[in-house]
Design a protein around this ligand. Structure first.
Ligand code: CMX
Length: 465
């Protein structure tokens, strides 16, 4: 049944005439396994909706900016539109309206598996709809078929010095992939701007497909014998292929990776990696250049690198207190960290004000699969001791753990011990969110980003008036 040939104008008319039309259309897109075709139908409707909204409410105020906000990292300023997810300070992230437990429940899983497939999460982020199993399988296949790396990127990766941090290798390789950009080529040939999103879509799909190959090559070159990572299997999902290429064959580890790659994907638009990808993309730099810029931001210790920092910190703590520690010993170590002017990695957040649900779901995974692991017991004990201490400090707005506080212990348990590599895995996942948004940013014709800045001198003059 090829109902997808209905024009978008017809669909808009249908929606206006019949309130149940959206449900009907949802039914139609459930039959379509080609993500680009689903988008082709959705984009004109969304463009029209936003046009109407801006016509009516373009001048409506949504907030105010204070001097403290300007000096304080723009906290709380509503200045960006981000379609794929929204972060509530108390409840945590919702991907297109779905919480993490809802995603775990509703997104398709691998045969015999319990955790959601990141392919399904990507479909949800791009379309706003929960995909069918057939749609998820189509994405797995498509990514497997797009995974091959160009020879120059393989050569480049194989010649990286092993002392170069895996995140630097990662962002350099993604930058070099821009030789393959269909967007950059189409732009240089003068493509019409209404077509930008189609090329950004193609680049994004190719990039996501290639990321596990790049990431696994970095792992094996840096920490193993550097021998070939093997071939991508068309019949395996994205996470399973990644695990095999890394050299891990425990099905429980693959399940962990499906969960890991799902929950690290998106955290609305203002965080450093998302905002950077968006900002660079707004200059019409192609998706490879935009995402590589985002990766460089993710590599900062206050952002994604915190998952590496947590493990370094935990190892020091364990070395000092052993496995039969007391709460007082933990407190002493935490205060020592704070008094030496360092942060407790994995705790605090710029937006969240409660325990991160991404922490909670990883804790639940640990309680189910590794309840007696000594490192997990240490992480669980730290969870009791750190929040009251950070609260006592008086200045920390969120004393609760974030996602990075728990990911490393799970990876350690399954034998992926090289903590300098952890942020690369975060990066593979982060691509899903920021590239889903990049497709929409070009589809909606969002302009080059250019907020106004002021000097302190001018600000004093202006406020003093
Ligand atoms: N340990 C010690 N001090 C902390 C702290 C922590 N975990 N979290 C915040 N603070 C301090 C800040 O450094 C700041 O101190 P100064 O005023 O002396 O500079 C003060 O508390 C107020 O900060 P805040 O408003 O609560 O937090 P911010 O929004 O400025 O920063 C974050 C947020 C995440 C950078 C911060 O909590 C932090 O450094 N945490 C540790 C690093 C970490 O886990 N990062 C990962 C975050 C998740 C991710 O992006 O992956």
């Amino acid at each position: 049944m090829s109902l997808f040939r209905i024009s978008s104008t017809k669909i808009l008319e249908l929606q206006k005439a019949c309130p149940t039309a959206s449900i009907l259309l949802r039914g139609l897109s459930a039959e379509q396994t080609n993500l680009k075709s689903v988008l082709q139908e959705k984009i004109p409707r969304e463009q029209e909706k936003i046009k109407e909204f801006r016509k009516k409410h373009g001048g409506t105020k949504v907030g105010e900016v204070t001097v403290d906000m300007m000096y304080g990292g723009m906290r709380g300023i509503k200045g960006l539109v981000w379609e794929t997810s929204v972060l509530d300070p108390d409840e945590g992230i919702r991907f297109r309206g779905l919480s993490i437990p809802e995603c775990q429940q509703q997104l398709p899983k691998a045969k015999g598996g319990e955790e959601p497939l990141p392919e399904g999460l990507f479909w949800l982020l791009v379309t706003g709809e929960i995909p069918t199993e057939a749609q998820v399988q189509a994405i797995s296949k498509e990514w497997a078929q797009r995974a091959e790396l160009p020879a120059h990127v393989v050569t480049m990766l194989n010649n990286m010095p092993s002392k170069l941090h895996p995140m630097s290798q990662f962002s350099a390789a993604v930058t070099a992939l821009n030789s393959e950009s269909t967007f950059a080529k189409a732009y240089s040939e003068g493509v019409h701007k209404s077509k930008y999103w189609e090329y950004v879509y193609e680049d994004s799909m190719n990039l996501i497909a290639k990321l596990p190959v790049i990431a696994a090559t970095i792992y094996r070159n840096t920490y193993r014998d550097g021998k070939g990572i093997g071939a991508i299997d068309d019949n395996k999902d994205w996470s399973a292929n990644y695990c095999t290429m890394l050299g891990f064959d425990d099905p429980k580890f693959t399940e962990l990776m499906r969960l890991y790659l799902t929950i690290h994907s998106d955290h609305e638009g203002g965080n450093v990696s998302a905002h950077t990808t968006h900002l660079v993309g707004s200059a019409l730099s192609d998706p490879y250049l935009s995402f590589a810029a985002g990766l460089n931001g993710l590599a900062g210790p206050l952002h994604g690198l915190a998952n590496q920092e947590v493990l370094v910190w935990l190892e020091k703590l364990r070395k000092q207190v052993g496995d039969n520690f007391t709460e007082d010993q933990l407190k002493e170590f935490i205060w020592k960290t704070l008094k030496s002017g360092q942060v407790v990695p994995g705790y605090g957040h710029a937006v969240l004000r409660k325990t991160d649900p991404r922490y909670t779901c990883q804790r639940e995974f640990a309680l189910k699969h590794l309840p007696n692991d000594p490192l997990f017991k240490l992480v669980a004990a730290v969870y009791k001791v750190v929040p009251p201490i950070l609260t006592e400090l008086g200045k920390v707005k969120n004393p609760w753990p974030n996602v990075d506080s728990h990911s490393g212990v799970l990876l350690q348990y399954y034998g992926l011990k090289e903590m300098n590599y952890y942020t690369v895995m975060f990066g593979v996942s982060r691509a899903l969110g920021v590239l889903a948004q990049l497709i929409w940013s070009r589809a909606l014709g969002l302009p080059i980003e250019r907020p106004k800045s002021l000097s302190t001198e001018l600000l004093i003059k202006q406020v003093g008036k």
